[in-house]
Design a protein around this ligand. Structure first.
Ligand code: 0L1
Ligand code: MG
Length: 261
């Protein structure tokens, strides 16, 4: 690691303030260009600890930048990992308060719910499928704290990979016998179809992203507990939303979910 505890704490406090005061910032690597990957995840951890100290609970994880479309949109080439807090879950059909968000975008995702703990290292797609109870439609609402979504990978990791809100629901699909690669999705904004895709857009199979998450956590001495929700990554580019927008995600065989802004 290149940063000391004081710098890590300062950066986490800065990002926390941006979240709470709904204000953006320049990317943190502008101030700490020497930051390494461990520093980036340490800032994310410290940010999470601040949220937990205020009463939030971690209920799951997310994998970001998993599709070629998304990597291209953001000019990067590797996935990133973050956590999901109970306070950020919205009900299906509920509303997201845009006054509490800087510049929200939505991503259509497949959410995994585990029935067994999933542990790396060497976690693979088979282990993920064996540990998964079912999958569900998920809309992730991202809201980078960085001005105009301009960041590098280390800055975005520190910012809990832009996690802001999420909705899961619809019809659970048993994983046994499902081919996640060919499951089609349609994302609608105000009744108009704005993005289309299939599960294979996420690293060939969204279960691969979940295996990568388990291996990432294992390197830090952690695992994914039974019952955790995992947003496996955006299937399409993120779509910007404005106050008044209604977003619906339809996934073949899994029904639909929606959120209003
Ligand atoms: O969930 C995601 O793919 C977002 C990762 C962070 C990058 C962004 O803010 O678009
Ligand atoms: Mg996402």
């Amino acid at each position: 690691m290149k940063l000391d505890e004081i710098a890590i704490g300062r950066l986490a406090a800065h990002l926390d303030t941006c979240i709470r005061e709904v204000k953006d910032t320049v990317k943190i690597t502008d101030t700490y260009p020497e930051m390494d990957w461990d520093d980036a995840y340490a800032v994310q951890d410290a940010l999470r600890e601040r949220q937990i100290a205020r009463g939030a609970r971690v209920i799951g994880y997310k994998i970001g930048l998993t599709s070629l479309a998304k990597m291209k949109q953001m000019g990067v080439n590797s996935p990133v990992f973050g956590c999901l807090l109970d306070a950020h879950a919205l009900p299906d059909g509920g509303s997201a308060d845009t006054a509490a968000l800087i510049h929200p975008k939505v991503e259509p995702e497949i959410a995994f719910v585990l029935e067994r703990e999933l542990k790396g290292p060497d976690c693979h797609i088979g282990a993920v499928l064996a540990a998964t109870a079912f999958v569900l439609p998920g809309i992730e609402i991202i809201d980078s704290r960085y001005r105009d979504f301009k960041f590098d990978l280390k800055s975005v990791i520190a910012d809990n990979t832009s996690a802001a809100r999420f909705v899961i629901g619809g019809q659970p699909l048993a994983i046994a016998g499902a081919d996640l690669r060919t499951i089609g999705i349609v994302l609608e904004r105000n009744g108009e179809s704005v993005a289309f895709g299939a599960g294979a857009a996420v690293l060939g199979n969204p279960a691969v992203a979940v295996a990568m998450l388990a291996n990432h956590l294992a390197a830090r001495g952690e695992s994914i507990p039974a019952g955790a929700v995992i947003l496996s990554g955006g299937i399409t580019e993120a779509v910007a939303v404005r106050p008044g927008d209604n977003v619906t995600l339809r996934i073949h065989g899994m029904g639909s979910i929606s959120v209003r802004f």
